[in-house]
Design a protein around this ligand. Sequence first.
Ligand SMILES: O=P(O)(O)OC[C@H]1O[C@H](O[C@H]2O[C@H](CO)[C@@H](O)[C@H](O)[C@H]2O)[C@H](O)[C@@H](O)[C@@H]1O
Length: 251
Amino acid sequence: MQEADKTANHPSAPPPVDRGVSLFLDLDGTLVDLIDRPDNVTTDTELRALLLAARERLDGRLAIVSGRSLAQLDRILGPVAPHLALAGSHGAEFRHQERIDAPDRPRALDAVARTMGAFADRHEGVLLEVKSFGVGLHYRMAQEEGEAARALARALGREHGLFVQEGHDMVELRPTGHDKGFAIRHLMAAPPFADAPPVFVGDDLTDEAGFAMASALGGYGVLVGKARPSAARFRLAGPPMVRNWLKELSI
Ligand SMILES: O=P(O)(O)OC[C@H]1O[C@H](O[C@H]2O[C@H](CO)[C@@H](O)[C@H](O)[C@H]2O)[C@H](O)[C@@H](O)[C@@H]1O
């Protein structure tokens, strides 16, 4: 498979999923549409069935690689979650074959949550999100507060030695030392993923490390959403197209 071109406009849809690949899927903005309130995101029974069918066709080589925490993935994916390999919190925590890998939670995140929480209280429409390995401010409903939220995150990141992770209408602080590229490499090191080229599908800035890693390991990335400079090789316009692409696999 060819190396990804960072400057490409990604006009083309990916080929049908080859049954010999390892498939890594992002969640928000990829499998489900982005909405105003992160806590309201859920998955429907059709999507859950599709994920299980795809996992079956790929002999178990399907994982969710998300910025969400494992606890959030359990809530959003419901009964399907225990059957899937999960990489949560941008590659900080993993659950695979009933084994959980996670570092200690940095205590600095508690101080960050207090300061970001006070910011959210003062700015209508801004939401605080506290995760196992991250604390974020969402300004989807208060675009005018985005710059101040990002500036606060940068200052807190410097103060506490945390990584500033920007995303769609949000900014989050999380520990350093991992990303979605790390998550894919980690999963690819063991069965059933090892030796099957990785395909990673994602939409956000945090997904770029995953696209680059998929390419470096002999596979490719699929960008979801509008075209932009990206390490992904192909593009799908939105979650409904991702769903159709997955359906082809389960036929
Ligand atoms: O890696 P992902 O699974 O795509 O998670 C990335 C972030 O997704 C969530 O935020 C995004 O989705 C929200 C719900 O649709 C939306 O309101 C927000 O604007 C998006 O940025 C989630 O809340 C974050 O924790 C994830 O890091």
